[in-house]
Every structure is written in structure tokens, then in C-alpha cells.
Write a protein that binds this ligand. Sequence first.
Ligand code: ATP
Ligand code: MG
Length: 235
Amino acid sequence: MSAVLSGRGLRHAYGATPVLDDVDLALEPGEVVALLGPSGSGKSTLLHLLAGLLRPDGGQVWLAGERLDTLSERRRSDLRLRRMGFVFQLGDLVPELTIAENVELPLRLTGVRATAARARALAMLDRLGVADHAHKRVSEVSGGQAQRGAVARALVHRPPVVLADEPTGSLDTTTGELVLEALVDAAAAQGTAVLLVTHELRVASWADRDVLLRDGRVVGGAGARAVAGTTAVGA
Ligand SMILES: Nc1ncnc2c1ncn2[C@@H]1O[C@H](COP(=O)(O)OP(=O)(O)OP(=O)(O)O)[C@@H](O)[C@H]1O
Ligand SMILES: [Mg+2]
């Protein structure tokens, strides 16, 4: 099967500080991949490159058959809106809007009518256990409630790719499992490819496979979780 999202030979530095050096990562439709690695190893940077939010210094990003990294900003945004859901590590819901309005955004921006968008947003929020907070503004909910709103927004338009940067980071075990179930169900039911950043082996155990970011490179396959367990996670 061919990858729906791939990064090939990706390099990135912030000024003189290299972070990623020749990273290859490909996601097949329907697979859930955990991205592990110590704090500061470049996990968020890699997600931003794969989402076209940051341009690599070298290498290529392909999303749904199109080369993303060389597109104009406008076309990158458009492709991202249609093909991707993104959960930021620090959350980025629009503070002036309610949680429900935030979740409706990707639907409204792609032409779904208001009533249908509202119904789909509320159904997704209900699944994640935050329907009761749907009509509050972002500033009026807890960090974990906002985080579930961000996950709902990434999933609501059923994109072929979801990139989630520690989507359970502010959640207790039970609400974290609601989020993981929603991500894994999207993969199983819709063939969504999910890349999930986490520090926790308990969270990584929901994935089909793991990749580990270490010394600017991705180490994959069997053993990544074992290596992460002994040296990287929690570092
Ligand atoms: N905008 C930036 N300018 C300069 N350096 C940055 C910038 N963003 C990140 N860095 C640095 O790049 C490295 C990788 O950061 P990144 O956020 O990708 O790590 P991470 O693996 O996501 O870490 P964490 O697990 O703590 O979220 C870190 O050393 C960080 O300090
Ligand atoms: Mg990060």
C-alpha cells in the first residue's frame, strides 16, 4: 500500500542548532504510529514539517500524492484543511469562539452547512465526554476539556491524516482513553493514518507500531519501544 503521508530525508535546524537530520517517516492509510523520544528531540518540529507548518531545510513532504513542502502558503493551508487534522501540543483553539464553534471550523471552511456542522461537532464532543462544555468559550473550560475540543476539531471532518502532539498530555487515564479510542476508531473505521506523539508507553501501546526520534534521526521497527522504555521516555 502507498503512504498517505511521508517525509523523506527531512532536515531541520533552528539557526545553527540542528534538530532533525535525514528523517524518513511514512504513514500508511489506517495505521496508528506512536512517535516517541526525549523532550527536545524534535518530535513537535517533525510534526510541524509533516503538516507543512514549517519548511524543511532539506528533504520532501508528500501528502495524499502532492508534494507539500514546495507549495505556496495558501495551497499548503488548503491541503492541510482538507486532508489533515492537527492537535497542537499547546492547543490552539480560537479563544473568542466556543468549543463547538472551534470544532465546526474545518467543516464550515469546507462548505458544510451550519446545522449539519453543529450536529457533527456536538456528536464528536459527546464522544470525547465534553458535550456539556460545547457552548463555553475556550477561556471558560479546563485545559483537559480544551484539549479534547482540539482532538474533536482534528477528527470532525474525517481527514485521511491526523497528527496529534501529545493529545492526552493534560488528561487523566479515563479521559485519555476516550481520546485514544477516538483516534484508533478513526483509523479502523475511516482508514485515517494517525501519528501520535507521546512520552508514555501506556499511550504508545495503543499504536500499531512505534518510531523513536533520537539524535536527529528516526529509529523504527521492533525495539523502538524497548529502547524508548529504557533510555528515552521520561528523559
Ligand atoms: N522556534 C524555535 N526556535 C529555536 N529553537 C527551537 C524552536 N522550537 C524548538 N526549538 C528547539 O528545537 C529542539 C526540538 O524541539 P521540539 O519542540 O521539536 O522538541 P520535542 O521533541 O517536541 O520536545 P517535547 O517533548 O519537550 O515537546 C529543542 O531543543 C528546542 O529547544
Ligand atoms: Mg513537543
